[in-house]
Design a binder for this molecule. Structure first.
Ligand SMILES: Nc1ncnc2c1ncn2[C@@H]1O[C@H](COP(=O)(O)OP(=O)(O)OP(=O)(O)O)[C@@H](O)[C@H]1O
Length: 477
């Protein structure tokens, strides 16, 4: 029985609970099977004990489990398990005396132990969630800035032919060099994990962004191939259009339309002037969210199998000259394998996304679903509402140095407590009208459900789009 074996090895669980939980749970289950009295109550008890057994292996972080705040809620679990065991053992007896004198007392005892087990059932996932968050923060802290660990398709072989879509041109290295002044420093517009982006001009006069995929980037072939494989419908207005590519010598380059107004990230947290409509207007902010959510919906709903973007963040929501938002960076996206015959690509998954945006359930289970994008988009919604980055850095007490807090942990409890006003960004309008407040409340409520830690309880992206449409109507009114 793998479960019991796993628990047997869990020294930290045994230390925590003060008994050999695995052994005791096993005994309770066996005794419940052979109980002669109160058979039904014994089975119920055994079911609860089983559920606890399923949860305990999640509490195996020795460093965390030594802390009193983790130990306190579990105090007494060992005793409760022992009592549960004694109780089912009593039910092995079958005497008339026992039936006559004990049945009332036993019923009370069953109720008492079951309610105690229920309280542990509530508390164990909560502790495991805190432990997970702690671990995630540690992982994110240890990643280099702007680092994303990426999924890699099984077919990254260079011999695999690249399918080229109509309207996506193959450029020569000479054409790219001419367009970007040979990657002159003054044409550089940004840098990400996978490469550097330059501004260029094609011979026909079109302004373009040229992404030079770094020679040291992990999976550089994959980034190129995925961008070329997942081409959204050219008429879909909420994607940065891919215009071409180049794979010559040891260079791998992507050419996209140039977005002259930078990224949502720039306007919320960075270099853009406060007069930008994204910084200054709630309506524009909601429009940007709506446009981005429609792009995600296109990936989730219009492709078969659907596409998961895997890198939703405010720096991948770009703005063109007329402030229309466009989603970029499809190089890390994956096909959602939903069933037999539906997968066109087989991916070996590693952690995707970036600190502060990563779906905790994905981190824990490794399962990628469209809800992974929904979670990251929930973080973007919080950024838009609060004007704060996904990881907030503050100066702590003297000896503490800098302290980092996840935006989700900072903003979510206040929003859930009905105190949205305490977290709203003060830059757009110091005193929003009641209609605007209502609009922002729609956005905030939508963010809350998108950030549910269980992916199954998050909305689909189409529901997010519908809510943002309502929010925009209110913000416009
Ligand atoms: N088409 C474009 N037009 C204008 N600027 C762009 C364009 N594409 C990217 N940029 C700028 O270049 C920066 C780097 O983009 P890139 O996609 O390489 O990395 P990123 O999305 O910021 O991070 P990562 O690749 O690590 O997820 C962006 O933040 C953006 O400011």
């Amino acid at each position: 029985m793998a479960l019991w074996a796993g628990l047997g090895q869990a020294a930290t669980v045994a230390q925590l609970v003060g008994v050999d939980a695995g052994g005791l749970i096993s005994l309770i289950t066996q005794a419940a099977l052979t109980a002669r009295q109160n058979k039904k109550a014994c089975e119920q008890l055994s079911r609860r004990v089983h559920m606890i057994a399923d949860l305990l292996p999640h509490l195996q972080e020795p460093e965390l489990m030594r802390r009193p705040e983790f130990q306190r809620p579990l105090a007494g679990l060992g005793d409760t398990l022992r009592e549960a065991h004694d109780l089912v053992m009593v039910c092995q007896r079958k005497s008339r005396f026992y039936r006559f004198f004990m049945s009332g007392r036993l019923a009370d005892k069953f109720r008492d132990i079951q309610s105690r087990l229920d309280s542990y059932l509530l508390v164990v996932p909560f502790i495991s969630y805190i432990a997970l968050t702690h671990n995630l923060n540690r992982i994110c802290d240890s990643l280099p800035q702007n680092h994303a660990i990426l999924p890699s398709p099984a077919s990254t072989s260079q011999s695999h032919p690249i399918h080229v879509w109509e309207g996506v041109a193959r450029f020569t290295l000479a054409e790219i060099a001419a367009a970007s002044n040979s990657y002159a420093f003054f044409t550089k517009v940004g840098k990400g994990t996978s490469g550097t982006v330059y501004r260029g001009r094609l011979r026909d006069g079109r302004d373009v962004a040229i992404k030079r995929i770094s020679k040291t980037a992990q999976d550089r072939e994959m980034v190129l191939r995925t961008e070329l494989a997942v081409v959204p419908h050219p008429r879909h207005s909420h994607f940065v259009r891919l215009l071409g590519w180049c794979a010559e010598e040891d260079e791998r380059l992507l050419v996209t339309e140039y977005m002259s107004n930078g990224s949502l990230h720039d306007h919320l947290h960075g270099r853009k002037p406060p007069s930008s409509p994204v910084t200054a207007s709630w309506k524009t902010r909601v429009e940007v969210l709506l446009g981005a959510s429609r792009a995600i919906k296109h990936l989730h709903r219009s492709f078969v199998p659907s596409v998961i973007h895997c890198n939703i963040k405010s720096s991948n929501i770009l703005l063109n000259a007329s402030w229309t938002p466009r989603l970029s960076d499809l190089g890390f996206s994956v096909r959602h394998e939903t069933g037999e015959g539906e997968h066109h690509y087989q991916y070996q998954l590693q952690v995707v996304g970036k600190g502060g945006y990563i779906d905790p359930e994905y981190c824990r289970t490794g399962r990628l679903t469209p809800a992974t994008d929904v979670y990251s988009f929930g973080v973007v919604m919080l950024e838009v509402l609060t004007g704060r980055p996904p990881v907030i850095t503050t100066r702590g007490e003297e000896e503490q140095g800098e302290v980092q807090t996840d935006l989700v942990h900072f903003a979510l409890p206040l929003i859930e407590a009905g105190e949205l006003d305490k977290v709203l960004d003060g830059r757009p309008e110091p005193r929003p009208t009641p209609m605007k407040i209502e609009a922002l409340q729609w956005v905030a409520n939508t963010a809350v459900v998108c950030l549910h830690r269980q992916s199954i309880l998050r909305p689909r992206i189409s529901e997010v789009v519908a809510n943002l449409e309502t929010a925009l109507r209110l913000a416009t009114g």
